[in-house]
Design a protein around this ligand. Sequence first.
Ligand code: AMP
Length: 218
Amino acid sequence: MRIVLLGAPGAGKGTHCKRIAERYGLLHLSSGDILRRERADGTGLGKKAQGYMDKGALVPDDLIVEMMSRAMKNASAGFVLDGFPRTVNQAQVLDKALEAQGVSIDKVMNLLVDDRVVVDRITGRRSCPACGAVYHVKNMPPKADGVCDKDGTRLVQRPDDTEAVVCNRLETYYRQTEPVVGYYKTSRSVDDIDAGGEADVVAQVIFRMLDPLARKKK
Ligand code: AMP
């Protein structure tokens, strides 16, 4: 299966993509995670991306398209895309690349949440730099304050998760990424999902939509 999960920053794309990838045996391809790894490794791409990410702006399309094309080469079992495509141009390039391979996106889902919820979710978000586990200071705190349940590493806040940067990221989302939903709606159905509630409840809604597709693909 090839799935695209759309939604504003903080809508829960990362959380749900992880669950989808586990349940259906897909590769979870998060453009944000790949960029953060490139930065941590000090690569040329990481250095070029840094300034854009810290401001809450988008990294230029050509860099992202090349990076994601490379990542998708390893996804013969299928993938769930998280954070990509984020511009109409990226979505068009992705459609063309898949078409050239004789395949296409099987399902586009759009997670919907209020801006107020987004700001609260993102500013309270903490993650483990070692294993990538994600927590929230109020909604999903770790067992011991500030420490990862899985490996005991001290949790960190992403530098772009501060309130000022979140406002820029939201503005960027509405200007450049929301049109991607419109782009997909012109050629296929997009499932809008109310993602403001508990993650477990939202996940059940997502699985109810994807289970029949997964059975058909078997
Ligand atoms: P995320 O973890 O998805 O919130 O992404 C973090 C940051 O990485 C974004 O604010 C952008 O600066 C950059 N980024 C991630 N995905 C893309 C993309 N598809 N296109 C452009 N920039 C991206």
